[in-house]
Design a protein around this ligand. Structure first.
Ligand code: DGP
Length: 214
């Protein structure tokens, strides 16, 4: 039997735009750190790399790109960070991640482009590390939009976000935690914290890595 090695946990936040992922992921990292857990906040797309800058330009409608090509670029942006991500976890750092492959699939498939269905969209993500916990911040699109409205970026329209939410419903797996994101910041945080503490404890005890879509 392989010996169990302590590692950091990969904790993922997913949900439609403006559901509170950035607030909650930031707050979770602060809380983990203040209780002595070595934790970092990561986000996808990672706009700091050269691929990330191309994605940023696309999201801001400064450049156009084929829908299949931009999908592969979002996925490649996760692949280019894969080794660094795995190294951090192996060092014992817990990664709290704001969006990942599930957003990748949910957003592209929401466009309704012939051929770019959920299965096609999943393919380039296969083999990436699977999160140890998914905190899906569940919120109706109307409630998310009421939080000051959607911004200027390409995907920030109610119709697209509704299709994205429907796709998240199709992608949800039993092991995800569905958090009611309409609660107060502190209520949502408490629910997320409990799941994160559990994931961190399991990974310290040497939980094995898994890959998408195990
Ligand atoms: P954010 O930086 O979390 O606000 O994300 C920017 C926008 O890009 C947001 O509307 C969600 C979308 N998005 C995030 N990841 C992906 C992805 O992998 N593929 C696609 N098509 N869209 C994504």
């Amino acid at each position: 039997m392989a010996s169990l090695v302590a590692r950091g946990a990969f904790i993922l936040f997913e949900g439609v735009d403006r559901c509170g992922k950035t607030t909650q992921s930031t707050k979770l990292v602060e809380a983990l750190k203040s209780s002595g857990v070595n934790a970092e906040l990561w986000r996808y797309p990672d706009r700091t790399t050269s691929m990330g800058q191309m994605i940023n330009s696309y999201l801001q409608s400064k450049t156009e790109m084929d829908d299949g090509a931009i999908h592969l670029l979002f996925a490649a942006n996760r692949w280019e960070k894969r080794a660094a991500m795995e190294a951090k976890l192996a060092e014992g750092v817990t990664l709290v991640v704001d969006r990942y492959s599930y957003s990748g699939v949910a957003f592209t498939a929401a466009k309704g482009i012939p051929g770019l269905d959920l299965e096609w969209c999943k393919s380039p993500e296969v083999g990436l590390l699977r999160p140890d916990a998914v905190l899906y911040l569940n919120m109706p699109v109307e409630a998310a939009a009421a939080r000051g409205g959607f911004g200027e970026e390409r995907y920030e329209t109610s119709d697209l976000q509704k299709a994205v939410r429907a796709n998240f419903d199709k992608l949800r797996e039993d092991w995800w935690t569905i958090v009611d994101a309409t609660g107060t910041v502190d209520e949502v945080h408490a629910a997320c914290r409990a799941v994160a503490d559990d994931a961190v404890a399991k990974c310290v005890a040497g939980a094995p890595y898994a890959r998408l879509w195990d």
